[in-house]
Write a protein of this length. Structure first.
Length: 178
């Protein structure tokens, strides 16, 4: 029997990946229940931020201690990612959230596969998140360009081209200045 191709829809938007820095070690020290409470707190902050978006946005899936979020609008994605980072940083500094978060953001086409999204835009966004340091939001120039018609109230500093695993061409990145 030969596999049949599945019908997929192609959509254009912005992917945001989050990752809690040091989560595995934290989980080892505090145990599963407290670690789960941190994941719940992260999801609550994400849902609050998504609720303030002007266009379609959603959590696509939870990935261990991270999230994959989708935004139709690049300006909404950038603004929401900055709010998400700010909320968790303030909570961490205030003692109510124990870990730093890192985020990566990329804009382009993705293929819908059920409730999931796949494709190079998703892969690149994940790789960008891997490059971010604790408390850092890295954004591709594609996302910055896609937001040019309605720039979010954020300041970025250019990082320049970086090589990412599995991607032939370098990705031009910028860092949110906080």
């Amino acid at each position: 029997m030969t596999p049949t191709s599945t019908s997929v829809d192609i959509c254009v938007g912005t992917i945001v990946f989050t990752d809690l820095v040091g989560f595995t070690e934290f989980n080892d020290v505090v145990g599963d229940q407290e670690a789960l409470a941190v994941l719940d707190q992260q999801a609550a902050v994400a849902n609050e931020v998504l609720g303030r978006s002007n266009h379609e946005a959603r959590i696509v899936k939870e990935l261990g201690d991270g999230l994959m979020m989708w935004f139709v609008s690049a300006p909404d994605a950038i603004a929401a990612a900055a709010r998400f980072l700010g909320s968790l940083d303030r909570a961490r500094l205030g003692g109510s959230f124990p870990l730093s978060v890192r985020l990566g953001l990329h804009h382009g086409e993705a293929m819908e596969r059920g409730n999931d999204l796949v494709g190079m835009t998703v892969n690149v966004a994940a790789r960008i998140s891997d490059l971010a340091g604790p408390g850092e939001l890295l954004v591709s120039d594609e996302a910055i360009d896609a937001a040019a018609h309605e720039p979010p109230n954020c300041v970025f500093e250019p990082i320049g081209p970086v090589s990412v695993k599995g991607v032939h061409d370098p990705i031009w990145l910028q860092r949110l200045v906080t």
